[in-house]
Design a protein around this ligand. Structure first.
Ligand code: IDE
Length: 459
C-alpha cells in the first residue's frame, strides 16, 4: 500500500524515441532521416556510432512490451518515425504504419495506454534537403504526416504529442550544430523554432478528431542566477526566456514574450512570424508534456561559450540567446551527463507552470538519469538512478498536493538506447541492454518503479 498515493488513474509510464531504439533503418520501405545522415557523418557521434541497429526494437517490440507489462507499467510514450511512415516526407508507406499498428495492439493487449509523439527529431532527409525546419513549408508537410498517422492509429491511440523539445530540434540542430542536421546558424535556428511551433499549430486541430487528446513536450528547466547582480539576473532572464517562456507562451497563450523577441531580433526573428501564426499555435493543447532533467545555474560571462553539455564534442558556437552566458555547477551531485540532480527544480517548474498557465493538465513526459551501470550476478543494481527517480516522484507528489494538475509520469527511458551525440556511451534505461547480444536485464530501478506503478504511489 502506498503511503504517498497518487491520484486514481495516474499514468505510470516510460518513454522512448524511434531513432534511439528501433534500428531496422531500411526495413519495409523506411527512408533516411537527418539523424541517419548526421550519425553517419564522421565526427558527429562518439565512436562513430549510429542508430542502424540501436536496440533492435523494430524486431523485438513484442518482447519489450511484454516486459513493460510484467513490470507493471500502465502507459508507454514512444515516437513515430516520420521517414518510416512517409519515406521522403510524402505519401504513405503502409508497411511502416503496420509496425506501429502491431506495437499499439501489443500495448493494448497488455493493458498499457499508448502515448504517441509524432516528431522526436528524425526529419525525413529529403525535407531537410528542401530546407528543413527553417523552411516554412516543412510545417505543412508535418501537418500532412500527422493526418496520415492519425487516420491509421486514432482508433487505438488517443493521446498524441506533436513535437518533442522544439528547443533542442531548433537550437541544437540548427544553432550549435550538436544535433542533426548539424547546422550552425542562429538565423536558421530561430526560423526552425517558429516553424516547429507552427507545425504543432497546424497539426493539433487535426489530431483532436476521433476523441483524441493532443499535447506537446517541451524541455523545461528551473533557472537560477549565481548572484543577484544586474548582469546575472539578466543572464537568467535570457535563458529562462529562450528555454521556457518562448515555448510556453506560444503554446499556451498564443504569443511570444516581448523580451525574447527583442533578444532574437539580431537573428531576424521578426521576419519569420506571419500574421495569424500565433493564433494557430496557441491554446490548442489538451495537455502539456514537460521534459525535466535539471536546473540551469547561470552567470553573465562575456567569455562564455554559452553551451551546456549536449554532446561530447565541444561546440564552437552557442545557441542563439546564450552568448555570454556561463552555465555553472552549483555544487549539487551530478549524473553521468554532468547534469545536476535537483528535484526541487521539478517542483518549481510544475508549480510555476500551473500558476502562470492555469487549467492545463500536465504530464512529466521525460525525467530520468544516466549513470554508469554494471551487470553483476545477472542483475544491475542502479541505486543512484532509483534514488533520482524517487526524489523526482516525491517532488511530483508534493506538487500535486499543492494543486498541480499532474496526470502522469514517464521515466526516460524504458531501455538503454542511442543517446544522440554520445552514442551508446550513456545509459538512461530502467532496463539494461547488452548491445552485443541485445539481451534485456531489468535494473533494480525497473523492479522498484514497477512496484510504484502497481501501488500507485511511493512508500
Ligand atoms: O538526454 C536524455 C534524453 C534524450 O535521450 C531524449 O531523446 C530527449 O528527449 C531528451 N531531452 C533531454 C533534455 N534536454 C537536452 C539537453 C541537451 C541535449 C539533449 C537534450 C534529455 N533527453
Amino acid at each position: 500500500m502506498a503511503t504517498r498515493g497518487f491520484p486514481e488513474g495516474f499514468a505510470w509510464g516510460a518513454a522512448t524515441a524511434s531513432y534511439q531504439i528501433e534500428g531496422s533503418v531500411t526495413a519495409d520501405g523506411r527512408g533516411a532521416s537527418i539523424w541517419d545522415t548526421f550519425a553517419h557523418t564522421p565526427g558527429k557521434v562518439l565512436n562513430g556510432e549510429n542508430g542502424d541497429v540501436a536496440v533492435d526494437h523494430y524486431a523485438r517490440y513484442a518482447e519489450d512490451v511484454a516486459l513493460m507489462g510484467s513490470l507493471g507499467l500502465n502507459a508507454y510514450r514512444f515516437s513515430l518515425s516520420w521517414p518510416r511512415i512517409q519515406p521522403g516526407g510524402r505519401g504513405v508507406n503502409g508497411a511502416g504504419l503496420d509496425f506501429y499498428k502491431r506495437l499499439v495492439d501489443e500495448l493494448l493487449e497488455q493493458g498499457i495506454t499508448p502515448y504517441a509523439t509524432l516528431y522526436h527529431w528524425d526529419l525525413p532527409q529529403e525535407l531537410q534537403d528542401a530546407g528543413g525546419w527553417p523552411e516554412r513549408d516543412t510545417a505543412y508537410r508535418f501537418a500532412e504526416y500527422a493526418q496520415v498517422a492519425h487516420e491509421a492509429l486514432s482508433d487505438r491511440v488517443k493521446h498524441w504529442m506533436t513535437v518533442n523539445e522544439p528547443w533542442c530540434a531548433a537550437f541544437l540542430g540548427y544553432g550549435s550544430g550538436d544535433h542533426a542536421p548539424g547546422l550552425r546558424s542562429s538565423a536558421q535556428a530561430v526560423r526552425a523554432a517558429h516553424h516547429l511551433l507552427l507545425a504543432h499549430g497546424l497539426a493539433a486541430p487535426l489530431l483532436k478528431a476521433n476523441d483524441c487528446l493532443v499535447g506537446a513536450a517541451p524541455n523545461l528547466y528551473a533557472v537560477t542566477p549565481v548572484s543577484d547582480s544586474e548582469a546575472d539576473l539578466d543572464a537568467a532572464r535570457r535563458i529562462d526566456g529562450l528555454q521556457n517562456r518562448f515555448f510556453l507562451d506560444a503554446l499556451l497563450r498564443g504569443s511570444y514574450p516581448e523580451d525574447v523577441v527583442a533578444d532574437l531580433e539580431p537573428f531576424g526573428f521578426a521576419d519569420v512570424v506571419q500574421p495569424g501564426d500565433l493564433d494557430l499555435i496557441g491554446g490548442k493543447v489538451d495537455f502539456l508534456g514537460i521534459n525535466y532533467y535539471s536546473r540551469h545555474t547561470v552567470s553573465a560571462d562575456p567569455d562564455a561559450a554559452g553551451m551546456v553539455a549536449t554532446s561530447p564534442f565541444a561546440s564552437a558556437s552557442p545557441w542563439p540567446g546564450a552568448e555570454s552566458v556561463a552555465f555553472v555547477n552549483a555544487g549539487r551531485p551530478v549524473t553521468d551527463m554532468g547534469w545536476e540532480v535537483d528535484p526541487g527544480g521539478l517542483h518549481e517548474i510544475l508549480t510555476r507552470v500551473a500558476k502562470e498557465y492555469p487549467s492545463v493538465p500536465l504530464y512529466i513526459t521525460e525525467n530520468g538519469a544516466a549513470y554508469v551501470d554494471t551487470v553483476a550476478d545477472g542483475g544491475v543494481d542502479d541505486q543512484e538512478r532509483l534514488d533520482y527517480i524517487e526524489a523526482h516522484l516525491a517532488a511530483c507528489h508534493d506538487a500535486i498536493a499543492d494543486g498541480v494538475p499532474l496526470k502522469g509520469y514517464f521515466a526516460w527511458s524504458f531501455l538503454d538506447n542511442f543517446e544522440w551525440g554520445w552514442g551508446y556511451g550513456k545509459r538512461f534505461g530502467l532496463v539494461y541492454v547488452d548491445y552485443e547480444t541485445q539481451v534485456r536485464i531489468p535494473k533494480s530501478s525497473a523492479h522498484w518503479y514497477g512496484r510504484v506503478a502497481r501501488h500507485n504511489g511511493l512508500s
